[in-house]
Design a protein around this ligand. Structure first.
Ligand SMILES: O=c1ccn([C@@H]2O[C@H](COP(=O)(O)OP(=O)(O)O[C@H]3O[C@H](CO)[C@@H](O)[C@H](O)[C@H]3O)[C@@H](O)[C@H]2O)c(=O)[nH]1
Ligand SMILES: [Mn+2]
Length: 733
């Protein structure tokens, strides 16, 4: 009888030494990636040699102006490609073992921050589902505090919170008792029964039925409040902070669980007062929670990103509680994943390259970018050097504002005792208003993560098979381009500010990591210029029958075609390796071209105009409601062109130019017989034409509401004629 005991002791001893997480490196893909990078770089060197020798040494071989423009474009694309090699240098993926974590009483507390801004674009029912899924996380409830920031200042949202709290008193015990995996009620009740592992259990089925009825009642109440409630003025309202309490007086069954604290926060907003959008809202939450619960870790969520796996907190703790890395670890980032993406994913709404390639690559350096939602961050990392010992109270007041209580909250073990009576004391309410941090861009997530990395913090990326968080992504062209414009602006803001990853970053982080950050902040600008050039200049010269590329028989032709094929093939290989198809590849190529000539262009312009003081910052929250007809088109894989003329005209004009060049150019070649000289230009036009054939369909073939309106086509033809005329005058003579 002694033997088993011994074994048991051995096991527990070993257990404490077992790692909480593992890092996996795919050696083969690293070698392959680096070899490809080497070969491609050599080819680019030849291309530069060719351009320099033909442009500046053998003058007259190629007209100067188009030669310079095309060369500049080639250089920009080469640079952005080269610094993008940071992502493929050392990609890793990780596994965690939450069962090896210490007991519940030793786990640190977590504050959950959820932001909402607009109860029309972000329907309250959806936001409340996110709130409920966060309250239902598999974590000790007394260590979980859920804060909702409502920038809309909408009574409907506050009302929804009270109703959600009432429903949570039934929902949470149900989830715990039956080990429900999907803890967002909306997702749970609309999923097929087979997701339950208790479906043969009579008690379970009975309780599920009750819960379903309660959820439907909750749903109806919230929807009704949304239909006839007043929304409040999202631009002009006072502060309102409330701890949501049970006022129903409902008697609960005995197994009623402790509930996480639930807090509603709507900061003061005035039309003439800068409020810094989401970054401002997050700062308010940081301060408010600092004086209420002051948990050492924070989970950040967008209002549409519900917790799809209740174990995410424990998974994140596998990193945060590892003594080997915890002192420098700022955050654990989960990928953004979306439940509303169709099989075709025509808009690349999943951001495949970001979450399946780039973030893994950065994880192998010093960690991925902070991605706005789905991250567990250490509170301390937000406070800069303020928590270091030896910094005086006055100094802290200078950088953090005048709240004494907040500054006290920076001290270890601080926990304010103020939630007993449910309402915040007046004095405390005052305290929550006066501290703050500011961020100079609407890509606050990117910038914040970048600055943390500059300060020496690290991050990790965890992408387990079951998505930890699920949200909505843009599923129509308009939303995609509006969002893309905002990101374009936000990223270029960072690229051209004094913290630019071009010169501020490299001194403060590893060289490879700063390459990644530079790529991310510059790509909108570095894509828009070349793509405009490649969609216009070769075509203009093709129409005129003038060659600007080496001829078919020349050895430099081989260099050009090699670079073209190698770039395309590498992209295809990445798509296939991350579970995509040839269709995915085509969609990504198309969206890349469309975005470059629209939102990346406008975003870059916007950032530059802001720098010159000619424009003000803005943040249009993404739409989270869908139109049925649009959804149908989306499911069918048909682009939806219902968007502003500002986006449509460049696309349509460039397509008309490419079609004209292709047919006009080929006709001329047949007449003249110089196909070997014009070959590259024909291939380029043909490639653009074939990848973007959907735009041609939208102009000429489709008759539905989602097509390109004929008026836009007419205006674009006019633009085409003007371009042809001006272009011919300027470029040829
Ligand atoms: O003034 C504002 C504007 C927005 N939000 C909230 O910010 C979140 C993100 O906004 P959304 O409209 O969903 O933008 P997305 O483009 O989908 O968001 C991505 O890009 C943003 C930066 O542009 C990041 O903040 C997000 O986390 C990231 O998911 C939402 O919960 C909004 O309610 C605010 O709280 N206040
Ligand atoms: Mn969003």
């Amino acid at each position: 009888m002694l033997k088993p005991k011994k074994i048991f002791i051995q096991l527990t001893m070993e257990n404490s030494d077992l790692p909480l997480h593992l890092c996996n490196v795919n050696k083969f893909s690293i070698i392959f990636n680096r070899l490809h990078a080497l070969v491609h770089t050599i080819a680019i060197t030849f291309l530069i040699y060719y351009r320099v020798s033909f442009l500046f040494l053998e003058t007259g071989a190629i007209p100067l102006l188009p030669g310079v423009l095309v060369f500049a474009s080639e250089l920009l694309l080469s640079v952005i490609w080269l610094i993008g090699r940071g992502y493929i240098w050392h990609p890793v993926s990780r596994t965690v073992f939450p069962e090896r974590l210490p007991a519940d009483d030793k786990l640190p507390a977590i504050d959950v921050f959820i932001c909402t801004a607009d109860s029309v674009r972000e329907p309250t029912l959806g936001v409340m589902n996110t709130v409920l899924s966060a309250m239902a996380l598999d974590y000790p409830p007394e260590k979980l505090h859920v804060y909702l920031s409502d920038d809309g200042g909408s009574p409907v949202t506050l009302y929804g919170m009270r109703e959600a709290h009432k429903f949570a008193k039934w929902w949470l015990p149900f989830c715990r008792k039956f080990g429900i995996k999907t803890r967002c009620p909306q997702a749970y009740f609309s999923a097929p029964e087979s997701d339950d592992n208790n479906s043969d259990h009579i008690e379970f089925m009975a309780e599920k039925k009750i819960l379903k009825e309660k959820y439907e009642m909750f749903e109806e109440t919230v929807m009704r409040a949304g239909e006839d409630g007043e929304f409040g003025d999202s631009r002009d309202h006072p502060t309102d902070i409330e701890i949501i309490e049970d006022i129903s007086g409902e008697t609960m069954p005995e197994d009623h669980v402790n509930m996480p604290l639930l807090v509603y926060v709507s900061r003061e907003k005035r039309p003439d007062h800068l409020h810094h959008f989401k970054a401002g809202a997050l700062n308010v939450l940081l301060r408010v929670s600092g004086v209420i619960s002051n948990s050492p870790y924070i989970l950040g969520l967008d209002c549409d990103m519900y917790c799809n796996d209740p174990t995410s907190a424990r998974q994140a703790m596998c990193f945060h509680l590892d003594p080997k890395i915890s002192s420098t670890l700022a955050y654990v980032q989960f990928p953004q994943k979306f439940y509303n993406i169709s099989r075709h994913d025509i808009y690349d709404s999943q951001f495949r390259s970001a979450y399946k390639t780039m973030w893994h690559g950065m994880d192998g350096l010093r960690g991925p970018v902070l991605s706005g939602t789905g991250y567990y961050i250490k509170r301390e990392s937000f406070y800069g050097n303020c928590t270091q010992k030896g910094i005086g109270f006055e100094e802290l007041r200078n950088s953090l504002g005048s709240s004494n209580v907040f500054i006290k909250s920076l001290q270890e073990n601080y926990k304010h005792d103020n939630v007993n009576d449910g309402k915040l004391s007046n004095a405390l309410l005052q305290e929550t208003k006066v501290v703050g941090f500011l961020y100079p861009t609407v890509a606050e997530d990117f910038f914040t993560g970048y600055i943390l990395h500059c300060k020496g913090w690290k991050s990790t990326f965890l992408s387990p098979p079951r998505p930890q968080f699920l949200g909505t992504s843009a599923t129509n062209l308009n939303d995609l381009l509006v969002q893309g414009t905002r990101w374009g602006t936000g990223l270029i803001d960072v690229a051209i500010c004094r913290f630019s990853p071009l010169f501020y970053g490299p001194l403060r982080m590893s060289f490879l990591q700063s390459m990644c950050y530079a790529e991310l902040s510059l790509f909108p600008l570095f894509y828009c210029f070349p793509l405009w050039c490649f969609a216009t200049i070769p075509q203009l010269y093709l129409l005129h029958g003038i060659p600007i590329y080496p001829e078919f028989s020349s050895s430099f032709f081989k260099i050009f075609s090699f670079i073209f094929m190698s770039a395309i093939a590498k992209h295809l290989q990445e798509v296939l390796a991350t579970g995509g198809s040839i269709e995915t590849w085509r969609n990504e190529q198309r969206i890349w071209m469309i975005k470059s000539v629209t939102c990346h262009t406008y975003g870059s312009l916007d950032a530059i105009l802001k720098l010159l003081g000619l424009r003000k910052a803005s943040f249009v929250p993404s739409n989270k409601v869908m139109d049925n007809e649009q959804v149908k088109r989306y499911e069918m894989g048909q682009l939806d062109f219902q968007t502003s003329a500002m986006f449509l005209i460049p696309m349509a004009t460039l397509m008309i130019l490419n079609i004209a060049a292709l047919f006009g150019g080929v006709a001329r070649i047949i007449a003249v017989g110089n196909w070997d000289k014009m070959f590259v230009q024909v291939v380029l036009s043909f490639y653009i034409f074939i990848i973007n054939f959907a735009i041609v369909e939208g102009m000429l073939i489709r008759k539905d509401k989602g097509r390109i309106p004929p008026s836009i086509t007419v205006i674009s033809v006019l633009f085409f004629i003007v371009f042809l005329f001006l272009g011919s005058v300027i470029l040829l003579y």
